[in-house]
Unconditional design. Structure first.
Length: 351
């Protein structure tokens, strides 16, 4: 008969190692039960870890694009609201002009002139709208105020240029009684060859605008880029300025009825084109907004699909993890009790 020597110290060491391994298992099971994911993704997936990392990176990239799209949508929404106000200012001017067509009543003419001045000031104020520290109608020059004031002190470059052009062409100022001798043909020639170059031509960039013709663009998907801003150098803004300046500067002048009628008709035409131009800009931005909505829908669908596959790789059965955790905790508790009993096995207790 052979006996094997076993000491209480050896038993205690064995139990201690068992407790350590069980505690490690408890930590792993607790993490999986709480997060619903493998405690150590790399250890569990092995060679599939690279695929998991790639999928998570793609999901993060697409979520970043969606977050960026939210900022673009905010800028587009602000631009749409501003363009709506600008169109409203142009419409107010147009309504005022239609109401005084064929009228020689000085009070009504003065009111129409003041309305034109107010509409132009409002138009310029809205054109200088900023969002998140950026001027939304400056094109790519987002840190530059896009449009200079026309009325105010000191006299603006645009008004100085108009006054000089008027004086140079007619030889007198706008309020001079000699303005009564201006014929419709002279008015047409003055507008076409002297006023339009100041506003519709090179004078716009020189006296009115600091905006860039190039608009901001934003990537809204991995393979899709849209225009995410507009600028004040559009024909709509220029036509609005033409109508407002002509009425502000000349409607109250002592013109003949025939010439004033020709002036009013010209201004109405410019104001109508201004409204159409601004509304066209709104439509362009609306297309960009719709493309962003579609892009976000596509990105979210891709994220959902990838998340399902990532879940298949990473997720664990939470109920199984909870059951395993309960079992391991029971084992730890049993080990503690055994250890306490074994520690009491000493000869000194019986001497």
């Amino acid at each position: 008969m052979k006996t094997t020597f076993v000491s209480t110290q050896a038993i205690q060491n064995a139990l201690r190692l068992t407790v350590q391994r069980t505690q490690a298992g408890v930590l792993k099971a607790q993490t999986e039960a709480v997060t619903g994911r493998h405690a150590d993704i790399g250890l569990e997936l092995g060679a599939s870890s690279s695929r998991n990392i790639s999928l998570n990176r793609d999901v993060l990239r697409m979520r970043t694009i969606i977050d960026s799209n939210a900022l673009v949508q905010n800028r587009l929404s602000t631009s749409q609201n501003a363009l709506e106000q600008m169109s409203g200012s142009a419409q107010q001017l147009l309504d005022s002009l239609i109401s005084v067509t064929g009228s020689d009543d000085k009070n009504r003419l003065n009111i129409a002139s003041e309305t034109a001045m107010t509409s132009l000031d409002s138009f310029i104020s809205v054109a200088n709208t900023s969002a998140n520290g950026e001027f939304i109608f400056s094109g790519v020059n987002t840190d530059v105020r896009p449009m200079a004031d026309y009325n105010g002190t000191p006299t603006s470059a645009a008004k100085t240029s108009f006054d000089a052009a008027y004086l140079g062409y007619f030889g007198f100022t706008q309020n001079d009684p000699a303005a009564g001798g201006i014929t419709p043909a002279q008015l047409d020639d003055f507008i076409a060859n002297h006023v339009e170059p100041l506003i519709m031509g090179p004078g716009w960039q020189a006296d009115w605008s600091s905006a860039d013709d190039n608009n901001m663009t934003s990537r809204i998907n991995s393979n899709e880029v849209v225009a995410s801003s507009t600028n004040i150098n559009s024909d709509g803004a220029k036509n609005m300025a033409m109508a407002a300046v002509l009425i502000t500067e000349m409607l109250s002048s002592p013109l003949s009825g025939e010439t004033r009628q020709a002036l009013t008709e010209k201004a109405i035409n410019y104001a109508g084109q201004g409204i159409s131009g601004v509304d066209f800009q709104r439509a362009q931005l609306g297309v960009s907004e719709q493309r962003i909505v579609k892009s976000n829908e596509s990105l979210n669908a891709q994220i959902d699909l990838m998340s399902l596959y990532i879940g298949e790789l990473e997720n664990v059965d939470v109920y199984e993890a909870s059951t395993r955790l309960t079992t391991l905790l029971a084992q730890v508790e049993t080990s503690y009790k055994l250890t306490a009993r074994i520690q009491q096995l000493s000869l000194t207790n019986y001497l």
